[in-house]
Design a protein around this ligand. Structure first.
Ligand code: SF4
Ligand code: SF4
Length: 278
C-alpha cells in the first residue's frame, strides 16, 4: 500500500510521522518528496547511498537561424523567454521544459540541452529502503525530481511518501499514486485552516484519507479536531504533546525504535490506516 503523508504547512510533524510509520511497518520504503528541505534521511541514516542527477531539457536558440519573430516568446506561458538586443534570452529557472517553443519555432532555430535541477539519493537503513529527492538551491519547481522518485516506488509493499508541505503542484504530484493519504495537523486555528486546504486537495483527487492530530493536549476539543468532526473526517490517530517525543525528534531519533510506548502508538495508527484504506 502506498501511503502519502501530508500537512498544510511545515513543522506539523509530517516527517516524524512518516519515519515512525515506515519503521513500524518495515520492511518498507520511505520516499522523501519534500525536495526543498528533505530531512527524513537525518532520522533514518541510510547507508550505501547512491546518487543520480535529475536533468531537464532547456531550449537554446541558434542566432544564425533565429529571425526574431518572437513567436516562441508569446507562446511561453511561464515567461521563460525574452527577445532583447537581437537575441533570444532564456531564463532556465522559469522554464518548465514543455518543449513547446521548439515545436512552434518557424525557423527550427531552437535546440534543447540538459540541465541538472537536483538529485535522487537511494540507500538502505535496516529493512527500510530510502529514496530522497534533493532540489538544487535557486530552482523553483521540484516536479522533475518528484517524477524521478515516483519511478523508484515499487508496485507492492509498504510505501510511505513524505510529501512537501502545503497544497502546491508538487504536493499533487506526490500523491498521484497514493492509495491512502494521511493528513497531519496541529491543534491550533492556523493548523485547522491548513488542514482544510489539504483536505480539499485530497478530495479533489478523490483519495481516501484520514487525519492524525499531532501535539494533542487532550481535554477540550481543539480546532483541528472540531474541523474533522464537523466534516465527518476520520481521525486515525492522536499523538500526544509529549516532551520525550519532542526531545527524540529534535535529536533525529526514531521514537518507535527507542520506546515501546511509542512503538505501540504508531503500530495502532498503522492498523487504523490499513483499516480505513479498505
Ligand atoms: S520562434 Fe524561433 S525564430 Fe522566432 S524568435 Fe523564437 S527562436 Fe527566433
Ligand atoms: S520549453 Fe516551454 S516552458 Fe520552457 S521556454 Fe520553451 S515554451 Fe517556455
Amino acid at each position: 500500500m502506498k501511503i502519502a503523508v501530508l500537512s498544510g504547512k511545515g513543522g506539523t510533524g509530517k516527517t516524524m510521522v512518516s519515519v515512525n510509520l515506515a519503521t513500524v511497518a518495515a520492511p518498507s520504503v520511505y520516499v522523501d518528496c519534500d525536495v526543498e528541505e528533505p530531512n527524513g534521511h537525518l532520522y533514518l541514516k541510510p547507508e550505501n547511498v547512491e546518487r543520480e542527477a535529475v536533468e531537464v531539457l532547456i531550449p537554446r536558440s541558434n542566432p544564425d537561424k533565429c529571425n526574431g519573430c518572437t513567436e516562441c516568446v508569446r507562446f511561453c506561458r511561464f515567461n521563460a523567454l525574452a527577445y532583447t538586443l537581437d537575441r533570444l534570452k532564456v531564463f532556465p529557472e522559469m522554464c518548465h521544459s514543455c518543449g513547446g517553443c521548439k515545436v512552434i519555432c518557424p525557423q527550427k532555430a531552437i535546440t534543447e540541452f540538459p540541465r541538472t535541477v537536483g538529485y535522487v539519493e537511494s540507500g538502505q537503513s535496516g529493512d527500510i529502503k530510502i529514496h530522497t529527492g534533493i532540489m538544487n538551491i535557486g530552482e523553483v519547481a521540484g516536479i522533475p525530481i518528484i517524477d524521478r522518485l515516483s519511478e523508484k516506488i515499487p508496485e507492492a509493499g509498504n510505501v510511505f511518501v513524505d510529501c512537501p508541505p502545503g497544497s502546491s503542484c508538487s504536493v499533487m504530484e506526490s500523491i498521484k499514486d497514493a492509495d491512502f493519504c494521511v493528513l497531519v495537523s496541529e491543534p491550533t486555528v492556523f493548523g485547522a485552516h491548513n488542514l482544510n486546504m489539504v483536505a480539499e486537495l485530497v478530495r479533489t483527487f478523490e483519495k481516501p484519507f484520514g487525519v492524525i492530530l499531532n501535539k494533542d493536549i487532550g481535554g477540550e476539543r481543539n480546532p483541528s479536531e472540531e474541523y474533522c468532526l464537523k466534516n465527518n473526517i476520520d481521525i486515525i490517530g492522536r499523538i500526544p504533546f509529549d516532551r520525550k517525543l519532542g526531545l527524540l525528534s529534535s535529536e533525529a531519533r526514531i521514537a518507535v525504535a527507542e520506546d515501546s510506548h511509542f512503538k505501540k502508538l504508531f503500530s495502532e495508527i498503522l492498523d487504523n490506516i490499513k483499516e480505513a484504506a479498505q
